[in-house]
Design a protein. Structure first.
Length: 297
């Protein structure tokens, strides 16, 4: 079983750059991918999106990639143009000397002021081919996805254990309901006999056909055999889904609706305080289980 909750982070370097991946996901009805990657790396987002679609089938998945140039890279975007810098400093010196000769005091320029002068930073160094970087990033991506899948698998194992425990509880309550139904049958028969005796004593003419129809209708309205059988069948189906390595979140979510429908019907037909309590306990466990199922891929 795979959970839709997961997280993975990874650092890497290559092609003169260093980068940090951040990948995380939470539950969702479908697959919603949100990517934040540098748009100047042509073709990267489409390639990463395609790999994520293979790695996950459901969940709100967000991926962030931060890329920076290595400090020791020779063609760094901050490489100085030594010739232009020397000319700029010489011009600043002559300007300061001329100002002093006229009695004008100038504020001393800062390093930032000098760097903003046109040509001091070699802008042509920034125009690099992103293809080697894209290849390095895509080669590093499988490691990130492996860590991501491993964490979702670990979370899935924990979910499977919780769901199995809840299914055990539902199975025990179903058995209790079956046992209570047998006890209720004896009580109902006695109650029915007493009521029938009162009706016969109060009336000289009783339509036997109508009486038989009413008794049959009453028996159908209070019979919970089908509900108990379906609850047992749902438990077995859910156990099979929990053991299935394929994505089963949608199937389990539908099965939770069927569980709740049978529990509601059981309560409405209970005609017994003990059976009603069992039905309410079933509804509580099923509701708790439904919350856990929302995290299953």
């Amino acid at each position: 079983m795979i959970s839709m909750t997961g997280f993975a982070a990874r650092r890497g370097a290559g092609a003169g750059y260093a980068w940090v991946w951040d990948l995380r996901s939470v539950n969702g009805k479908g697959l919603d991918l949100r990517l934040r990657v540098p748009d100047w790396i042509d073709g990267l987002e489409a390639a990463v999106r395609a790999e994520l679609q293979k790695a996950a089938t459901r969940g709100n998945v967000s991926l962030t990639l931060k890329v920076a140039q290595d400090e020791g890279r020779e063609d760094s975007a901050f490489r100085l143009n030594e010739g232009v810098l020397a000319a700029a400093l010489d011009a600043l010196g002559r300007i300061e000397a001329a100002a002093m000769n006229t009695g004008v005091i100038l504020r001393q320029p800062t390093t930032a002021d000098v760097l903003t002068l046109r040509g001091v930073i070699d802008a042509t160094a920034q125009e690099t081919d992103p293809a080697p970087l894209r290849q390095a990033l895509l080669a590093d991506l499988p490691g990130l996805l492996a860590d991501f899948h491993a964490m979702r698998g670990t979370e899935g194992q924990a979910l499977a254990a919780v769901l199995t425990s809840q299914l055990d509880r539902i199975a025990r309550l179903t058995t209790d309901a079956q046992r209570e139904t047998a006890t209720r049958a004896t009580t109902q028969a006695d109650t029915l006999r007493e009521g029938l005796a009162r009706v016969l004593a109060a009336s000289d003419a009783v339509d036997e056909t109508r009486l038989a129809q009413e008794l049959a209708l009453l028996a159908v309205k209070t019979d919970v055999t089908e509900e108990i059988d379906r609850l047992a069948a749902h438990v077995e189906a859910a156990r099979a889904h929990v053991a299935d390595p394929a994505p089963v979140g949608r199937k389990l979510d539908f099965l939770m609706q069927e569980f709740m429908r049978e529990a509601n019907t059981l309560c409405s037909k209970a005609q017994s305080l003990a059976l009603t309590r069992i039905g309410l306990d079933l509804k509580t466990v099923i509701d708790q289980m439904r919350e856990q199922v929302q995290n299953v891929e």
